[in-house]
Design a protein around this ligand. Structure first.
Ligand SMILES: [Zn+2]
Length: 294
């Protein structure tokens, strides 16, 4: 297998600034990155430029939920379509059409308001993704591997799935519309490792690495609501700011507005995207994962 083309993207969400500034920097000078993978052609893209200019996640709706194969095929951009639906169609023409992408690997850079650390999100459980995750985790021990393989690749709504293969770099905590140097540097480091791994694949110098600790997405958990549908609790201080901490049955996961603990029921989980600001509008408190080897 050879990865001829790598597309590195930022600004899929316009207020996630580490990816925006990393891509701007590489557009000016990508020599260091190119030298890590001379066997591949690396290009860069600021994906949703209008939302980058507006410093908002999106103009009309979330671009990173537009790329489910069925949605793409069903929906044709028409007058009155949202900015992001129209943009999704033109990106699909440029880099697809999905599932026949012309880019071998898309790396889409995001950041989160949650304290998830430098997280690599992989979307498929296959040899390539396993070895990539293992390479990144081995060279960057504080990296977190998050596996979202609960649905087939083509059903993912993410922009990056226009690529034949894709991963997301998701680093936090960083507020929306803000830029932190430590988050930026972790973003650079993880992206460089992905590129360096591709060179080992292309030159047949990749080692077969043993499995590493990872987390596999289970579900998205809403905030508790009262009989009127109003939110009735917050994330518990034990989990807020402590993404990927174990929560067992009987441990507090929410706190109501009088300060009373609400306990977790069910299997042991590892909450992440805890209190992510972008998901507040959908009333999402956190996502759960189970620990696994990947
Ligand atoms: Zn994002």
């Amino acid at each position: 297998m050879t990865i001829h083309s790598i597309l590195i993207c930022g600004g899929t969400h316009g207020n996630e600034l580490s990816g925006v500034y990393a891509v701007r920097q590489w557009k000016q000078n990508s020599q260091k990155l190119q030298q890590l993978a001379p066997s591949a052609n690396i290009s860069f893209e600021l994906v949703n430029k209008a939302s980058v200019d507006a410093r908002t996640r999106f103009i009309d709706e979330d671009l990173n939920r537009q790329f489910d194969l069925r949605k793409l095929q069903a929906k044709r951009a028409e007058d009155g379509s949202s900015h992001e639906a129209t943009l999704a169609q033109s990106l699909n023409e440029q880099y697809g059409p999905k599932p026949h992408g012309n880019i071998d690997l898309i790396v889409d850079i995001h950041n989160t308001t949650s304290a998830m650390g430098p997280t690599l999100i992989v979307l498929e459980n296959d040899h390539f993704n396993q070895q990539l995750a293992r390479y990144v985790k081995t060279h960057m021990p504080d990296a977190v591997i998050l596996v979202e393989d609960h649905i087939p690749y083509e059903q993912h709504p993410y922009f990056c799935t226009l690529g034949k293969r894709s991963v997301m770099v998701e680093v936090g905590p960083q507020a929306q519309g803000a830029l932190r140097a430590d988050i930026y540097l972790q973003t650079l480091r993880m992206t460089e490792l992905i590129v360096a791994f591709i060179e080992t694949v292309n030159t047949n110098t990749d080692e077969q690495l043993p499995p590493v600790e990872a987390y596999r997405l289970i579900a998205e958990i809403p905030y508790p609501t009262d009989s009127l549908g109003q939110r009735s609790a917050m994330n518990h201080p034990n989990i807020d700011g402590n993404d990927f901490t174990e929560v067992r049955a009987g441990m507090p996961c929410f706190m109501d507005f009088e300060g009373k603990d609400i306990l977790w029921e069910g299997d042991t989980v590892y909450p992440h995207f805890v209190g992510e600001a972008a998901y507040d509008k959908q009333n999402l408190a956190f996502a759960t994962a189970q620990k696994c080897e990947f």
